[in-house]
Design a protein around this ligand. Structure first.
Ligand code: GTP
Ligand code: MG
Length: 427
């Protein structure tokens, strides 16, 4: 089954906790501190794989976690780093932050990597807290917590040329006669329900990738039918071949058909009319086609080239391919996303200009010390160890928390809250 949209929850690994340990060996009278550091938590990464063509795997795995780092060990041994979580996606997948709708990365190459959540740093073991003042520290940090993010993946097929048109105009027939692609062809509408890609070899060393897309209908850009899903796949194509059934079969009016599709391309979020286009007048082997084509030429006032063909008899198809190749060569590559579509945060740790802490007064009148950077220091403190708690107090003092509280009128013995913990303020 073809799936081109998936929303998942990812978690990077928590860092391993640092350890408090001391050497206890024979013949070593006073063993020094020997607690190792925790290992780093695993990152969450996406990687492009050209062998994949659907996001179906992600539909069945909604929550994905990288491994936590291992805790530090005695004898100065550090914990092992947690394994990264590497999520393979087809080339052409855009990765969004589902909460902000910003693009985190766009995978357009095989093996391209996008980091979405860095694993937590390992906590330091007591070896690292040894100093001349404290030669036997009972202090170790806990590992830094991992990150959780809601991620949306959208697959937008990578093709140079996209076949666009109403249902049954002959898109699949055309790709089947010019490429290695063999999609289903039938007289009923919506025969094609997923994009088919084919390589078109024009000359010995000239080829391009063509995408046969599901038929569009009026209102597609507003989500009519499966419209938006289909339009998404036109986004990356550089040249559009707009197919029209010039025989006017099924009582259709070719010029009206043309306008319906042009309207949908114009109303889509990226103005798809900016893409260079060739109008392919198909089914020219049918009786009324020649007359209809003349009428069409009179009605059309856009400056777009019209190439009449019959996909069925292959008449003039080679000319169409040369003209398409020529247009492709004159069309620059473009970036699908603008800078403003991208997530500004490059690495998901602290934003440098963020205030380390701030103080608010709670509903009960108690002062509360908060702040994301401080939160991390708090979460990495082992409050079951006296020396760790003391160290945390020292950090608060050096950051200026005590001074600020004093300025606010907090007195000795008053209660102060730091996240979930209540402390007695002692000057
Ligand atoms: N006479 C004639 N019939 C054609 C030609 N091209 C396609 N057809 C017929 O038109 C019908 C629809 O062709 P498809 O290639 O399936 O059309 P499509 O545009 O892919 O249709 P959807 O996938 O439903 O959007 C089939 O019965 C084809 O045999 C042509 O050049 N001449
Ligand atoms: Mg088709």
């Amino acid at each position: 089954m073809f799936v081109d949209l998936a929303t998942i929850q990812v978690h990077s690994g928590k860092g391993g906790d640092g350890t408090v340990a001391f050497r206890r060996e024979k013949y070593v009278p006073m063993g020094g501190p020997a607690g190792g550091d925790g290992g780093k938590g695993g990152d969450v990464l996406f990687i492009g794989n050209e062998g994949l063509s659907t996001l179906i795997e992600l539909q069945y795995n909604k929550v994905l976690k990288a491994e936590p780092g291992e805790n530090g060990k005695p004898k100065k041994m550090n914990g092992a780093n947690g394994d990264d979580l590497i999520i393979e996606v087809p080339v052409g997948t855009t990765i969004y932050d589902n909460d902000t709708d910003k693009v985190i990365g766009d995978i357009t190459e095989h093996q391209q990597r996008v980091l979405v959540a860095k694993g937590g740093r390992g906590g330091r073991g007591n070896v690292k807290f040894t100093s001349s003042r404290n030669t036997a520290p009972e202090i170790a940090e806990k590992g830094e917590p991992g990150l959780s993010r809601s991620i949306r993946c959208e697959l937008k097929v990578l093709a140079d040329v996209g076949l666009v048109g109403l249902p049954s105009v002959g898109k699949s027939t055309l790709i089947s006669v010019v490429s290695n692609s063999r999609p289903k062809i039938a007289a009923y509408h919506f025969t094609t329900l997923q994009p088919n890609l084919g390589v078109v070899r024009v000359e010995q060393d000239k080829s391009f990738v063509m995408a046969d897309l599901p038929g569009l209908i009026e209102g597609a850009s507003q989500g009519q039918g499966l419209g938006l899903q289909f339009l998404r796949h036109i986004e990356r194509t550089r040249v559009i071949l707009h197919l029209i059934d010039m025989s006017g079969s099924e009582g259709r009016d070719p010029y009206q058909d043309y306008q319906v599709i042009q309207n949908e391309l114009a109303s889509y979020k990226y103005d798809l009319l900016k893409r260079p286009q060739i109008i392919v007048a198909n089914k020219m082997d049918l009786p009324d086609a020649q007359d209809q084509l003349e009428l069409f030429r009179e009605q059309l006032d856009d400056d777009v080239e019209i190439v009449p063909i019959s996909a069925y008899t292959k008449d003039n198809v080679q000319t169409l391919l040369y003209k398409t190749m020529d247009l492709l060569e004159r069309t620059k590559r473009f970036d699908l996303y603008e800078e403003t579509d991208y997530d500004e945060v490059v690495e998901y740790t602290f934003t440098p200009d963020e205030e380390v802490f701030y103080i608010e007064r709670g509903d009960d009148g108690i002062y509360e010390v908060k702040g994301k950077p401080l939160r991390k220091i708090f979460e990495m403190t082992d409050f079951t160890k006296d020396q760790s708690v003391k160290r945390f107090s020292r950090i608060l003092r050096s950051l200026g928390v005590d001074a600020k509280l004093r300025d606010l009128g907090v007195q000795n013995g008053d209660t102060v809250r730091v996240f979930d913990f209540e402390f007695e303020f002692i000057d």
